[in-house]
Structures are given as C-alpha cells and as structure tokens.
Design a protein around this ligand. Structure first.
Ligand SMILES: C[S@@+](CC[C@H](N)C(=O)[O-])C[C@H]1O[C@@H](n2cnc3c(N)ncnc32)[C@H](O)[C@@H]1O
Length: 279
C-alpha cells in the first residue's frame, strides 16, 4: 500500500476533515457549527440557519423523551452543533462520538465556553466500533456521517446494539438514487474521499435486518439542490474571504466540483432526507 493510502474509511474520513482546506471551507461557508444539508425556508437563506433547522426538525421527530433523563449518542458529531442544541434546548446528555480529534478539541472548547461541557461527553473513535455496552442510549442520532462508513451495515448494527429496546435511531445521509449507476456519481463524491453512497433501499433493508419494525423516510431531496446552489453561490461571492482561508488549488477544486453536485441533484441522482427507526 503506498505510504499515504489510508488504512480504512475511518482513517480516510479523519484525514479529510483534518485537512486545513476542508476545515476552513466548513468553518467559513457553513459557520463551523452544523456541517450537514440544510432545510431551507427560502432560496437565499443562510446555510447556517437552514442547517440548524435540520437539527430542529430531527429533534421534533424524536419520539424519545428529550430531557435531562435522556441519553443520546451522536455518531459522527463534527463540531458539535447537534449535541449543543440538545443540551441547550432540552438538557439532554449526549455522547458525541467522532473520528476527528481535531474537530473534537474544538467541540470541547466551545462546549466549555457555553457552559455545556457537563452535558456532553466528546469521545474520539469510530462509529463502526462504538465503545459503549449494549442498550446504553435512548436515542442514536447521526447526520451525514454514515456516508463515510467503510462498513455501513456494521455501523448501523452498532447503532442498534447500543440502543435501549424502546430507543429510536434517527439519521440523515447523502444517498445515491436507487436507479443511479454508481460510476455516475464518482466524480461528484470524490471530493469527500468517498467511493460510493448508500441508497434509500439499502437503508430500508438494513433497518429491517436489524429489527426496526417502524421505519419512516422523510424525503427532503429538494433541499439538497437548494443547499448545493447556496454553497456554490457563497463560494463564488466570498472568493476573496476564502482565499485567506483555503488554498487556491482547493478553491479551484470546489469551483469544479460544486456544479457537479448541482447537476446530479437536477438529474435526480442524489437523495437526502431523515430516517426514523423504531423496533
Ligand atoms: C459531514 S460531517 C457531519 C458532522 C455532524 N454530524 C454535523 O452534521 O454537523 C461527517 C462527520 O462524520 C465523522 N466521521 C466520519 N467517519 C467516521 C467514523 N468512522 N466514526 C466516527 N465519526 C466519523 C467526521 O469526522 C465528521 O465529523
């Protein structure tokens, strides 16, 4: 294996998110709090506000009582936006599991500044090997992280294992449409260091395999197009600001890649939405 080839998908994801260019892009364009697809109230809404609405919508879907007695696992927790929202709004205790220690350091610093460190435990590790016993959590939450999984059935199996029997799994992910040939999306997803996305039918099959009798998918794919249009727009309008934060080569890469996402959304090749799963 060449020396710079990552040993696993988890290691590839860690390297991707710890790249200065990637960190600079997410921090500047998304706001560095929530780094997932937004639910847009209108076509020109800020990416940060729309991304926060996604967190609110997921929390509203939880049938688990969200409160000081609830324990949540966030798989692939990024900079910690969702964990802080749950702590701040509901007093929930969250374990935020994330492969990037660099993101986790920033996550802990912000939690401490906002007085939320007592409610959020930030753990460095992989969601393919969750370091908690069976039946530990009332709610397993994950936003746009499973797309990085090298073994998604295993990651979902871990989510099911650590859930209490009455618990709920809620997640979002970027997906390929069932009818989309994988090679079509390869130039699109390559920016994320991912080979191929899962599909909606894959997640349904996995949820059924794991004994989730009640599975709902809210298809929000239309927002994916708005989101990528907004990302492309912001990247173009804020080029000067971005030049101080990311390398010219990465900016070129973004300007080449973001239109491909827009095209894939318009062609109906990409899907996005919220899965809620109960036994
Ligand atoms: C698109 S970001 C989403 C972050 C956060 N969920 C949010 O919505 O703001 C994907 C996250 O998944 C994390 N991740 C990727 N692979 C992982 C793995 N195997 N185990 C744990 N975290 C992982 C990355 O470090 C990154 O923080």
């Amino acid at each position: 294996m060449p020396p710079d080839t990552p040993a696993s998908a988890a290691e590839a994801a860690r390297r991707y998110y710890e790249t200065d260019d990637v960190d600079g892009f997410y921090t500047t364009i998304w706001g560095g709090e929530d780094i997932h697809t937004g639910i847009y109230a209108h076509d020109h809404e800020s990416i940060a506000a729309a991304s926060r609405r996604t967190v609110e919508r997921i929390a509203a879907k939880s049938s688990t009582h969200l409160g000081p007695d609830g324990t949540v696992l966030d798989m692939g927790s990024g900079y910690g936006g969702a964990a802080r929202y749950l702590a701040d709004r509901f007093g929930c205790r969250t374990v935020a599991l994330n492969i990037s220690e660099m993101q986790n350091r920033r996550h802990r610093e912000v939690n401490a500044k906002r007085g939320l460190a007592g409610l959020i435990t930030v753990v460095t590790g992989s969601f393919e090997d969750v370091p908690y016993p069976d039946g530990s959590f009332d709610l397993v939450w994950s936003q746009e992280a499973l797309c990085h999984g090298g073994d998604r059935p295993r990651a979902l199996g871990e989510a099911a294992r650590v859930l209490k029997p009455e618990g709920q799994l809620i997640f979002t992910d970027l997906m390929a449409a069932d009818e989309c040939p994988p090679e079509t999306l390869r130039p699109v997803v390559s920016r994320l260091g991912i080979d191929a996305f899962a599909t909606p039918s894959f997640y349904r099959r996995q949820a059924s395999r794991l004994g989730f009798a009640h599975v709902d998918f809210e298809d929000l794919s239309d927002h994916l197009l708005t989101h990528y249009l907004r990302l492309a727009e912001e990247t173009t309008q804020r080029t000067e600001e971005l030049t101080g934060v990311i390398s010219p080569a990465y900016l070129d890469k973004l300007q080449d890649n973001l239109p491909r996402w827009i095209e894939a959304c318009r062609s109906g090749h990409l899907r996005w939405g919220i899965y809620t799963c109960r036994r």
